[in-house]
Write a protein that binds this ligand. Structure first.
Ligand SMILES: Cc1cc2nc3c(=O)[nH]c(=O)nc-3n(C[C@H](O)[C@H](O)[C@H](O)COP(=O)(O)O)c2cc1C
Length: 164
């Protein structure tokens, strides 16, 4: 059985909703596919090695991926180096107004692992501006969640069809 793993972190809920939408669509697309939704703090090298495809989902914090997402990569990078080359991945980023810093970091780590990007990174901006709005719980709009679902289904479909 093929496995798609979605590793995510979220501080105010936006990324979690995005990751969940991608998970649900991927899981619905093919009952023969195992789709795992795993919080970054609980994901380790064994989870990375056991997966056939990856979706990394993170908030952008201070122009980078969140600290807990970075911690996941720090714990797994060398254990998986040279053991996951060629596997497909995509990224979801929830940001206030940018998101490109987090995307750059994930792409760079994925390049080190020699993963294959199979979809453009998907950035959703919440447009929170004030400290209060930035720290408040987020609700991601249905049309943005639909884009996340589309990405999850595409990643799953390509994996099951052997496209990547
Ligand atoms: C400490 C902190 C730093 C942030 N830095 C950025 C940033 O550099 N660029 C950006 O676009 N948004 C930034 N944001 C906004 C978050 O990306 C945004 O609130 C998003 O919803 C976070 O995802 P989450 O809801 O999954 O936690 C920051 C938020 C916090 C709390």
């Amino acid at each position: 059985m093929k496995t798609l793993i979605i590793i995510y972190h979220s501080m105010t809920g936006g990324t979690a909703q995005m990751a969940r939408a991608a998970h649900d669509a991927a899981a619905a697309s093919d009952p023969a596919l195992c789709v795992r939704l795993l919080h970054a703090s609980r994901a380790g090298p064994d989870d990375v090695l056991a997966a056939d495809a990856y979706l990394f989902a993170t908030p952008e914090n201070l122009a980078s991926m969140s600290g807990l997402m970075k911690d996941f990569f720090d714990r797994c990078y060398y254990a998986a180096l040279d053991r996951v080359a060629g596997r497909p991945y995509a990224a979801l980023v929830c940001a206030g107004s940018d998101g490109t810093g987090a995307v750059r970091q994930i792409d760079r780590i994925a390049t080190g692992w020699r993963l294959k990007a199979v979809a453009p990174p998907l950035i959703v901006c919440t447009h929170a501006q004030t400290p209060e709005a930035i720290l408040a719980p987020k609700t991601i709009a249905p049309q943005e969640l639909a884009r996340c679902a589309e990405l999850g289904a595409a990643l799953a479909g390509g994996l099951m069809l052997g496209l990547w």
